[in-house]
Design a protein. Structure first.
Length: 268
């Protein structure tokens, strides 16, 4: 059983929901990332979504775009990101790590080579934003061959047939994008989200995570009532941006915010 499946099974048995923070690897410096990952786990993260810096992150709003720019300024590559996961695994063998990124760096490395390197480093899932399952057969095969879960996005505009196709290709969990637009977008209306989650759950038994638009503990608690996982990115990355020149303060600040979210979710 994969780390993701094991983690979700344990959470389900405990009556809890997963809290999955997103940070961009190498932001604001490569030396910050691994200690920050450990701090996020200590603060209540059940899995970590680690962004692979990319020059044209089309699904991301300005906050995460700037995070990629800061990471790329220090030449953070896909190889560096895998090294970070490998280092993280030296101190944490249990917490799932999902890479979120874009196709180009993976294509340059080659699908089998990337999948093998990811599995060897300790990666549990891969979400490639710009490679839908229709076009991603070769990567899907490569990931499945090494027991790495392919994670896919479901949009508010996805039809029932489209949802079924995405869910049939996915494993680990599926990621529902709660808003039309990019990461860090505006107010989150949970009514339509709940309706869409019902459609998704009619078509899969996989856990469903909800991300985009989760800004604070109150929103995280509301989402936890209807989703299996709460995925939070821009709210954390904006804190990193504000502390980029004070890197020693990043882990405590993000740990505090994530701890508030964890407490609110558990209370809900």
């Amino acid at each position: 059983m994969s780390r993701l499946a094991t983690r979700f099974e344990g959470l389900r048995a405990a009556g809890r929901k997963a809290l999955i923070p997103f940070v961009t690897a190498g932001d604001p410096h490569r030396s910050v990332t691994v200690p920050l990952m450990h701090a996020l786990v200590a603060a209540g993260a059940d899995a970590i979504e680690l962004g692979v810096p990319f020059s044209d992150p089309m699904a991301d709003g300005p906050v995460i775009q700037r995070a990629s720019e800061r990471a790329l300024l220090h030449h953070t590559s896909l190889h560096d990101v895998l090294d970070m996961v490998r280092e993280f695994r030296q101190g944490d063998a249990a917490t799932p790590v999902v890479l979120m990124g874009y196709l180009n760096p993976i294509e340059v490395m080659g699908y089998p080579a990337f999948a093998g390197a990811a599995a060897q480093a300790g990666v549990d899932g891969v979400l490639t934003v710009d490679l839908p399952p229709d076009e991603g057969h070769d990567l899907l095969v490569a990931l499945r061959a090494v027991d790495v879960d392919p994670i896919y996005l479901i949009a508010p505009t996805s039809s029932p047939a489209r949802i079924e196709k995405i869910c049939s290709a996915a494993s680990g969990f599926v990621y529902y994008v709660s808003l039309k637009g990019v990461t860090g977008a505006a107010h989150l209306d949970l009514g339509p989200v709940e309706q869409k989650l019902a459609l998704i759950r009619e078509r899969t038994t996989l856990p469903v995570g909800v991300g985009f638009g989760i800004r604070d503990a109150a929103t995280a608690a509301r989402v936890a009532r209807i989703a299996d996982a709460v995925i939070v990115g821009s709210a954390l990355v904006s804190r990193i941006e504000g502390l980029a020149d004070r890197p020693d303060e990043i882990a405590p600040a993000l740990g505090a915010l994530l701890g508030e979210m964890r407490s609110a979710m558990d209370a809900a």
